[in-house]
Design a protein around this ligand. Structure first.
Ligand code: ZN
Length: 153
């Protein structure tokens, strides 16, 4: 099931996603995964904690972190180091780049088409070949751009 671009997932969808990955789909895990996956968002561990505790006040931090790690290991979420020293959990697990507004902390997903991605990879490979005499084999490419954002005219 491809859920990368469908953020209005139902709890039933989430139950299937968990079971497909061999994760025991307890009500608590379903609710937690649903809260995280129902929209495109980038949350710090503290933000996840507040989100889950808003629904389940008695769930311990340790349980929340164990579930978070489980979701990351099974590919339901991506864990990124977008801000210095702070991990962010990304509900969009498809290949994409980010723009961060350092002032507001806003994080936006940028999805480039295949052509742009190929150009980007070629630029990195060419730079290293010419300047360092190295052949680069790219496994993954994630660009983080920091800058202010304003409505375009
Ligand atoms: Zn993202």
């Amino acid at each position: 099931m491809n859920f990368h671009y469908i953020f209005d997932v139902s709890r039933e969808d989430v139950r299937k996603l968990l079971e497909d990955r061999g994760i025991t789909a307890t009500l608590q895990r379903i609710e937690m995964a649903w809260l995280l996956l129902k929209k495109n968002q980038h949350l710090t561990a503290d933000e996840v904690n507040r989100l889950i505790n808003g629904r389940f006040p008695k769930v311990s931090r340790a349980t929340i972190f164990n579930n978070l790690n489980l979701f990351v290991e099974s590919g339901l979420l991506k864990k990124l180091e977008l801000k210095s020293g702070v991990s962010v959990y990304d509900s969009n697990t498809s290949a994409h780049h980010h723009v961060i507004n350092p002032e507001s902390g806003e994080i936006l997903d940028i999805e480039l088409d295949e052509h742009s991605t190929r150009d980007l990879q070629a630029s990195f490979k060419e730079f290293l070949k010419i300047n360092k005499g190295l052949d680069l084999q790219i496994d993954d490419i994630q660009i983080v751009v920091r800058g202010s954002l304003a409505p375009s005219l």
